[in-house]
Design a protein around this ligand. Structure first.
Ligand code: DQA
Length: 153
């Protein structure tokens, strides 16, 4: 199974950006977290790709490319575009790739910033995982794995 980890704006330095909010693990730790949860055998059947872009159009271009490539699933942290991008939502709505929306922080618990409580992209995703730092991504990969297993039967 191929899974694309797609990160939006300001997510090119995970682990260094405001670690008190977003945690201090870097994306390089992700394969290990996935192995810890799924075990080496299942984790070994997953091929991870990674893409990060600060621009909305670049992200949409990459998601369309993922469709052409036949990528099986997407774990998407759209950063602030989560809350603003109808264009990204429109893209997810038609490309037909199962997607899990993830966030490092618990966007619903950021009570001083109600703008962050709304997701425009969520309704085009299988589900949302937020608040577990880099583990949100690992859990997103596991959720996709589970979906693959369920639909393979
Ligand atoms: C974020 C939450 C967003 O509100 C914010 O704009 C980000 C990161 C997160 O991972 O917690 O850039 O998506």
């Amino acid at each position: 199974f191929t899974i694309l980890i797609a990160n939006g704006p300001n997510l090119g330095h995970i682990g260094r950006r405001q670690p008190e909010i977003y945690g201090s693990r870097s994306l390089a730790d992700l394969p290990e977290l996935i192995r810890d949860i799924l075990g080496p055998e299942k984790a070994g059947r997953i091929t991870l790709g990674h893409f990060q872009a600060n621009g909305e159009g670049q992200l949409i271009d990459r998601l369309e490319e993922a469709m052409r490539q036949g990528v099986d699933g997407i774990v998407l942290n759209a950063g602030a575009y989560t809350h603003t991008s109808l264009a990204l939502a429109d893209c997810l709505a038609w490309i037909g790739i199962p997607c899990v929306e993830v966030h490092l922080s618990n966007i619903l618990a950021r009570s001083d910033e109600p703008l962050r409580h709304k997701s425009l992209i969520g309704r085009s995703c299988l589900g949302v995982i937020a608040g577990f730092g880099l583990h949100s991504y690992a859990l997103g990969v596991c959720a996709l794995w589970q979906r693959f297993m369920d639909t393979a039967q």
